[in-house]
Design a protein around this ligand. Structure first.
Ligand code: SF4
Ligand code: SF4
Length: 91
């Protein structure tokens, strides 16, 4: 079973999750990140690092964010992979 990124991720882009993922399962879908369910090994490392508690096991996604399951699977196929932290401008 895969982990799923849900709505609280929107606008975060801290990428604390990305740097701990052993399988490079994250993709940058613009306003949020998504996890490729074909690549995720359900290790839980990302969920432990996420400051907004946006990441849930597929069978524990809260009802209001249930659409995120299919969204992650669909966007992971077309959004670019992300394996490095996003560097923000400090100026
Ligand atoms: S740490 Fe959590 S909220 Fe931030 S980018 Fe990763 S999944 Fe999204
Ligand atoms: S649960 Fe593990 S393998 Fe899956 S996305 Fe998170 S860190 Fe990567």
């Amino acid at each position: 079973m895969a982990m799923v990124v849900t709505d609280p991720c929107i606008g975060c882009k801290s990428t604390d999750c990305v740097v701990v993922c052993p399988t490079d399962a994250f993709h940058d879908a613009g306003e949020q990140l998504v996890i490729d369910p074909e690549v995720c090994i359900d290790c839980g490392a990302c969920a432990a690092e996420c400051p907004t508690n946006a990441i849930y096991p597929e069978d524990e996604v809260p009802t209001q964010w249930i659409a995120a399951i299919s969204l992650n699977a669909r966007l992971a196929r077309i959004a670019p992979g992300i394996t490095e932290p996003i560097r923000r401008s400090t100026s």
